[in-house]
Design a protein around this ligand. Structure first.
Ligand code: SF4
Length: 375
């Protein structure tokens, strides 16, 4: 079973962030949240009786905002309540400015074996403009400490298309990341929502963003450099060394079942999708009243399940197996989506090869257009 836990706390809100995360939450509230989370674990385990955990992902927010002891406690409760497989992948997202050797040691003791560092950029001026709490030197330091503590599976998250970012600044960030020799790199193009300070500035025309062609070239550069450095480009935004694909995220792209705990966490389980209450107050109150904190729930129909399997699976470079689709849904892919697929094939965005449908090189930067065909 795949389990996600959302820890929505940050030291400070970044200027571009629209994730569900809150800064400046008093410690008392954090403790209340953790008590609610533990209650949710019990209710969810009793209700769904899932198998032991094969991947656990602690995301946020900034999970590393919590103390080493609090994180240890969370993982121990998961172990006692759900059970964790021996070979499980246990990931923790961390902000480089919130790690210490002691905390990293405790995380290893708790069984965390994959660290995802929100590096974002190696350019101090850009990091400052983004509102990040760390500098480039903190990334090196955190990376070094993590290796010292025994982490042999580290991801670096990077963002491109930042206001004022030049092509050569992005190239420099990629070079620095590659030099650290991580096992995994995720690269994301900046996307701004109106609910963020940068999103509002963009609306007012007060933010100088790189042109669209430049952002596409930045993506192309990441694909090229990371490939040259020995990474497999296995998902639109993700690159891994041999044996280090993120197993937890693969479960999303392969449209498998997973459970999510914590405020705003989403679950996909036996044909249903649901999302928890977003506000910490509502989330905690539900659980204090002994109820699961589900805010929205949807039963997926057959067509939705097929569409989701396609647009999630097409994110993977290996694409969708026509046979697996038929085994899963009892119908040929072409008989369900023939016209859509023919249109995408003739515009060169996808191709059918060796029994699989995959996005082409040309289609990669236009992936959203491809996904729309199946929504
Ligand atoms: S640290 Fe991450 S989750 Fe927190 S505000 Fe910044 S981008 Fe958002």
């Amino acid at each position: 079973m795949h389990l996600y836990i959302h820890l929505p706390f940050c030291l400070k809100k970044c200027n571009y962030c629209d994730f569900i995360s809150y800064a400046g939450i008093p410690r008392g509230q954090v403790r209340r949240y953790l008590a609610a989370l533990f209650k949710e674990m019990e209710l969810v385990a009793a209700r769904f009786q899932p198998r032991k955990i094969s991947t656990l992902y602690l995301g946020g927010g900034t999970p590393s905002y919590l103390s080493g002891e609090e994180l240890l406690d969370i993982i121990e409760r998961v172990r006692n309540i759900f059970g964790i497989e021996e070979e499980a992948e246990i990931t923790l997202e961390a902000n480089p400015g919130t790690l210490t050797p002691k905390k990293l040691e405790l995380l290893r003791l708790a069984g965390v074996n994959r660290l995802s560092l929100g590096a974002q950029s190696f350019d101090d001026a850009l990091l400052k403009a983004m509102g990040r709490v760390h500098q480039a030197k903190d990334i090196y330091q955190a990376f070094y400490w993590a290796r010292e503590a025994g982490f042999s599976n580290i991801n670096l998250d990077l963002i491109y298309g930042l206001p004022g970012q030049t092509f050569s600044q992005w190239e420099d960030t990629l070079n620095q990341a590659i030099k650290l020799y991580p096992e995994h790199v995720s690269t994301y193009a900046l996307e701004l929502s109106i609910d963020t300070p940068w999103g509002r500035r963009q609306m007012l025309g007060d933010l100088l963003l790189p042109a669209e062609e430049e952002v596409l070239s930045m993506y192309g550069l990441a694909c090229q450099k990371l490939k040259e450095a020995g990474f497999e480009h296995y998902e639109i935004s993700n690159f891994a060394r041999l044996g280090f694909k993120c197993r937890h995220n693969l479960s999303y792209w392969e449209n498998q079942d997973y459970l999510g705990l914590g405020a705003a966490a989403a679950s996909h389980w036996r044909g249903k999708r649901w999302q928890n209450e977003i506000a910490i107050e509502n989330y905690c109150r539900s659980l204090e009243e002994g109820k699961l904190p589900v805010a929205e729930e949807e039963e997926l129909d057959r067509r939705q399940k097929m569409g989701e399997t396609l647009f999630l699976g097409l994110r993977l470079r290996k694409g969708i197996s026509l046979k697996e689709f038929k085994d899963r849904f009892g119908e040929e892919l072409m008989s369900v989506y023939g016209p859509e697929i023919e249109r995408l094939v003739s515009s060169g965005l996808v191709e059918i090869r060796e029994g699989r449908m995959v996005i082409t090189e040309k289609g990669l930067p236009l992936a959203n257009e491809v996904f729309l065909a199946f929504v």
